[in-house]
Write a protein that binds this ligand. Structure first.
Ligand code: 48F
Length: 263
């Protein structure tokens, strides 16, 4: 076997040229999703399948959010009907535990969900934290979110001040989980939104799952919420380690945006 010689300059040039092209292509997207957990990845799959230019910004160097941690770091994820439809669609092997309650291996769900989003055409940028929003005040006096402000997570962790870059999008989705980080930024820095983050309630799985899906919505012009962040916004209960609501919330937010942007 002959391993090809590759000069260090070629390696560096390939990374720089291709990365800049990739980043430039996403300076303006249809949808910016913050967080590559179950809600964000599911939303990305359906948005990209509908032909919308979709990018996920993820703080960590890996995707999956809470999927890998499952319940107490055990390797099985529980979903209930009708969320099993989504997992079947992406080719996960499900086992019925009792009627309408299914289990799936967490690594399999994580890998297949991410693969399905990427295969549909969504892009995932890892190691990037969204730490601010871009907004405009419209003629009617209402604030509209028109994009996100990003910084390398490593820069934020280092504590040094480096100015960030702005990426525009027609719709921004907060899929950041329990902390609802994007809504929190919006509430603190854009008073025109009158947005109050109430904080999630204690655990009640059935109620939490229903409320999360029902209250997945456009929070204010251009700003949407899906997944666990919905409970944090609306003071509805947490569900613990059941993931059907996350998948259904991701699909619902995608459908809301598709309806609006594909009019
Ligand atoms: O936490 P996470 O999995 O959110 P989710 O999709 O699902 C919640 C469940 O995992 C679980 C649950 C229900 O079963 O209770 O907690 O709503 O994924 C959120 C992702 O967002 C990233 C974070 O690293 C994680 O991968 N994230 C959070 N804040 C930011 C961010 C930020 N400011 N910028 C970029 N990524």
């Amino acid at each position: 076997m002959q391993i090809k010689d590759v000069d260090e300059a070629v390696i560096t040039r390939a990374i720089l040229e291709k990365s800049l092209k990739f980043l430039s292509q996403h300076v303006e997207s249809d949808v910016a999703i913050v967080g590559a957990g179950p809600a964000g990845l599911t939303a990305a799959k359906y948005l990209a399948e509908a032909g919308l230019k979709t990018v996920i910004f993820e703080r960590r160097l890996s995707f999956g959010g809470g999927i890998g941690g499952g319940g107490m770091q055990l390797p099985i994820i529980v979903v209930q009907s009708p969320a099993d439809e989504i997992l079947r669609e992406i080719g996960c092997n499900l086992e019925e535990f009792e009627e309408g309650v299914y289990t799936v291996n967490s690594s399999e769900m994580l890998a297949k969900l991410a693969y399905s989003a990427i295969k549909a055409g969504a892009q995932i940028l890892l190691g990037v934290t969204v730490d601010d929003l871009i907004y405009r005040i419209e003629k009617d006096g209402k604030a509209r979110i028109v994009g996100v402000v990003i910084q390398w997570s490593s820069v934020i962790m280092s504590g040094i001040h480096v100015d960030p870059l702005a990426f525009k999008a027609k719709a921004v989705i907060d899929c950041t989980g329990h902390d609802a980080e994007i809504l929190t930024i919006a509430s603190r820095k854009i008073p025109e939104l009158n947005l109050i983050i109430e904080g999630e309630k204690a655990m009640w799985a059935t109620e939490a799952e229903k409320a999360t899906v029902e209250r997945t919505r456009e929070v204010s012009p251009g700003l949407y919420v899906a997944g666990m962040a919905v409970a944090t916004l609306h003071q509805t209960p947490r569900m613990g380690p059941i993931f059907g609501g996350m998948l259904l919330s991701g699909r619902k937010v995608a459908n809301l945006i598709i309806k609006k942007l594909k009019k």
